[in-house]
Design a protein around this ligand. Structure first.
Ligand SMILES: Cc1cc2nc3c(=O)[nH]c(=O)nc-3n(C[C@H](O)[C@H](O)[C@H](O)COP(=O)(O)OP(=O)(O)OC[C@H]3O[C@@H](n4cnc5c(N)ncnc54)[C@H](O)[C@@H]3O)c2cc1C
Ligand code: SF4
Length: 510
C-alpha cells in the first residue's frame, strides 16, 4: 500500500522502528514551513538549528535507502502549510495511507487530527519512541491527588525504571541531593570549554533571507555550534560525562558574568529534536559514573538524572494533563508589557543584562538564569504571561511548547495558581547575590531598598508580596515572608511601593 509518513522537525529519531527497514511503498515527507517559522518570532539560531538538523536527517535517511520528499522553505511547490502540503502530496502521488508520529505540541496534534478526520484514506498515528512515559502516564499516576508533586513522580520514575535504586531504596541513601546543588562558583574551579560544533549553515541563512523569515537574536559565529545529528549529539553527551559531570550538581544553580554554561550539558536541543533519547542520556551518564565512582560523587549524577527523568518527563506529563486550558491561565491577573530591554539586553541591571545578552547571543540561558533572573523579574513586575511565554518560546534553542509552557507559565510565572510550583519563584537581590557575581559589578546596590541606587529587585519583591496578598497569604510556604511584611514599617513599605511602581511604569529607565 502506498504510504506517506510525516516527520516533523522535532522528530529526528533515527532509532525509531519506522526506519529499521526500507520499503518501496513508503515515502517520508519533511517540510520547512512558514507555519512553523511564524507562529512566534524565533531566535535566528533556533530556526537555523531546526532546518540544519532536518536537512541532515533527510540526507541520512536517503543514504539508508529510504524515499524522502523534502521541501525547503524556498521551494515553489511548498505551500508553507502542513495540511495543504500533505493533502497535495496525497493527491499527486496517489497515496493510500497516511501515517504520522504523535506530535508533542497540542497545536500540531490538533492540526493533524483535523486533517485525518477530513481524509478519506487510511490514517494512523504512532508513538515517537522517545520519552520514558506516554502522554497520559503522569495524569494516571496522580489520579485523585490534590497536588501533582514532581518529587513523588520522580521517585516513582526512579523505581519504575530502576535508576539509581537498590532494593526499592535510593542508591547513596537519599532520593534528592538538591541541597548540595547550590554552590556559588567563585572562579577558582576550572570549567572546561563547552563543546562546540562548527556546522556550516550558509545555505540555510541564504534561504531564510530569500524567504524573508523574520527572526531576532544574534548569530555572529557563522557556524552553528549545537549538535545537528545523532553523531554530534552523542559526542556532546560523552563530552559532558568526561568533562562536566564531575561538578554538574555542585554548581547547577550558580551564575557568573564570564561563564555562560558553567557545567551545564547544552544537550536540551539535541534531546528535544530527538537525536538522542532521555533514556540513552541517563544510561550513558550512569554507566560513566559507575566506571568512575572513585572520582564522581552521586550528588552530581542524581542532580542530572533528576532534571531528565524527573523534571523533563514531569513537564511533558503536566502539559498533556492540563492543555488546552493551561495556555490561557493567568491566576495572578498580571497584565503589564514586557520591557524593551528583553529584546536588546540594554539595562543597567547587571543580572538581567547578562542573562538576556547570553540568550540573544547563544539562544541559551541555563535553568537558574531563566527562573531566577528573567522569570523572577517578569513575575515581580507582573508581566502578562502571554508576553512572557512568547519571549521564552521564541528565544531559546530548546523551546518547544510542551516543555516551554509548563516551565514558563507554571514553574516561573505561577500563572497556574500553583499546579507546578508550590509557591511563586520570586526573590530579592540577596538570592541573586548569593548565587552569582552579578551584583559586584552592578550599577545598583543589592543591599539598598529605596535609595536611587537600590537594587530594583528589592522593592519589587516586597511590592509583589503586598500586591498579591489576597491570593498568596494563605500559602503555607509564604507564611514567613508575609509575617515579615506585616512587621515592616509602613513608611518603609510605602517608599518601596513607590519605587516599585516607578520601575514597573518605566522599566527601560533602569
Ligand atoms: C522559565 C523556564 C523556561 C524553560 N524553557 C525550556 C524550554 O523551552 N525547553 C527546554 O528544554 N527546557 C526549558 N527549561 C528548562 C531548562 O532551563 C533547560 O532545559 C536547560 O537550561 C537546558 O540547558 P542544558 O541542556 O545545558 O541543561 P542542563 O542543566 O545540563 O540539564 C540537563 C537536561 O535536563 C533537562 N531539564 C532540566 N531542567 C528542566 C526543566 N525544568 N524542564 C524540562 N527539562 C529540564 C533538559 O533536557 C536539559 O537538557 C526552562 C526553564 C525555565 C525556568
Ligand atoms: S544589584 Fe540587583 S539588579 Fe544588580 S545584579 Fe544584583 S540583583 Fe541584579
Amino acid at each position: 500500500m502506498k504510504t506517506l509518513r510525516l516527520i516533523l522537525g522535532d522528530q529526528l529519531n533515527s532509532q525509531h522502528s519506522w526506519f529499521q527497514n526500507t520499503n518501496n511503498e513508503m515515502t517520508y515527507c519533511m517540510f520547512e514551513m512558514r507555519q512553523e517559522t511564524d507562529y512566534v518570532k524565533h531566535h535566528i539560531q533556533k530556526v537555523i538549528g531546526f532546518f540544519a538538523a532536518m536537512r541532515a536527517f533527510a540526507v541520512i535517511l536517503e543514504s539508508q535507502g529510504h524515499k524522502v520528499i523534502y521541501y525547503k522553505i524556498t521551494d515553489d511547490n511548498n505551500t508553507q502549510d502542513l495540511t495543504k502540503n500533505i493533502e497535495t502530496l496525497i493527491n499527486e502521488k496517489n497515496i493510500e495511507s497516511f501515517e504520522y508520529m504523535q506530535p508533542d505540541e497540542y497545536r500540531l496534534d490538533k492540526q493533524l487530527q483535523d486533517l485525518c478526520n477530513k481524509l478519506s484514506i487510511k490514517t494512523n498515528a504512532v508513538d515517537t519512541e522517545h520519552f520514558y512515559t506516554t502522554r497520559d502516564e503522569l495524569k494516571s499516576f496522580f489520579e485523585g491527588k490534590k497536588q501533582y508533586l514532581m518529587e513523588n513522580f520522580y521517585r516513582h520514575m526512579r523505581k519504575k525504571h530502576d535508576v539509581l535504586v537498590v532494593s526499592d531504596q535510593p542508591e547513596g541513601g537519599k532520593w534528592n541531593y538538591d541541597k548540595s546543588n547550590r554552590k556559588k562558583w567563585k572562579g577558582d574551579e576550572e570549567i572546561p570549554h563547552y563543546k562546540s560544533f562548527r556546522n556550516a549553515v550558509d545555505e540555510i541563512l541564504n534561504d531564510l533571507e530569500a524567504a524573508q523569515v523574520k527572526t531576532f537574536g544574534h548569530f555572529t559565529t557563522k557556524t552553528f555550534s549545537y549538535p545537528i545529528d545523532r553523531e554530534q549529539a552523542l559526542e556532546q553527551l560523552n563530552y559532558f560525562c568526561e568533562q562536566l559531570l564531575i561538578k554538574f550538581g555542585d554548581f547547577q544553580d550558580a551564575m557568573h558574568t564570564e561563564e555562560e554554561y558553567l557545567y551545564h550539558s547544552r544537550i536540551s536541543f539535541a534531546m528535544n529534536i530527538k537525536l538522542v533519547s532521555p533514556k540513552e542520556v541517563v544510561d550513558t551518564v550512569i554507566d560513566y559514573y559507575r566506571a568512575h565512582k572513585s572520582e564522581i560523587d552521586i550528588s552530581q549524577v542524581e542532580g542530572f538524572v533528576r532534571q531528565i527523568l524527573g523534571w523533563r518527563e514531569y513537564m511533558r506529563g503536566m502539559y498533556w494533563a492540563l492543555m488546552p486550558d493551561y495556555k490561557s491561565e493567568n491566576y495572578l491577573e498580571n497584565s503589564n508589557t514586557l520591557p524593551e530591554f528583553f529584546w536588546t539586553g540594554n539595562t543597567k541591571m547587571n543580572c538581567l543584562k547578562h542573562a538576556i545578552t547570553n540568550s540573544l547571543d547563544n539562544a541559551y540561558a541555563h535553568h537558574i538564569q531563566r527562573l531566577m533572573i528573567t522569570g523572577n523579574y517578569a513575575l515581580l513586575t507582573q508581566i502578562d504571561p502571554n508576553e512572557v511565554d512568547a519571549w521564552y518560546l521564541g528565544i531559546y534553542i530548546d523551546a518547544i511548547e510542551w516543555v516551554q509552557l509548563p516551565n514558563t507559565r507554571g514553574m516561573s510565572q505561577y500563572a497556574d495558581g500553583g499546579k507546578i510550583a508550590t509557591k511563586p519563584y520570586v526573590s530579592s537581590g540577596s538570592y541573586i547575590n548569593k548565587m552569582s557575581n552579578y551584583c559586584g559589578s552592578c550599577h545598583y546596590n543589592h543591599k539598598e531598598k529605596v535609595t536611587e541606587d537600590a537594587c530594583p529587585f528589592n522593592s519589587l519583591y516586597w511590592n509583589f508580596l503586598d500586591d498579591k496578598r489576597h491570593v498568596l497569604k494563605d500559602n503555607r510556604r509564604m507564611g514567613m515572608m508575609y509575617s515579615l511584611l506585616d512587621k515592616m514599617d509602613k513608611d518603609n513599605l510605602h517608599q518601596m511601593k513607590q519605587r516599585a511602581q516607578h520601575i514597573i511604569e518605566s522599566p527601560d529607565d533602569f
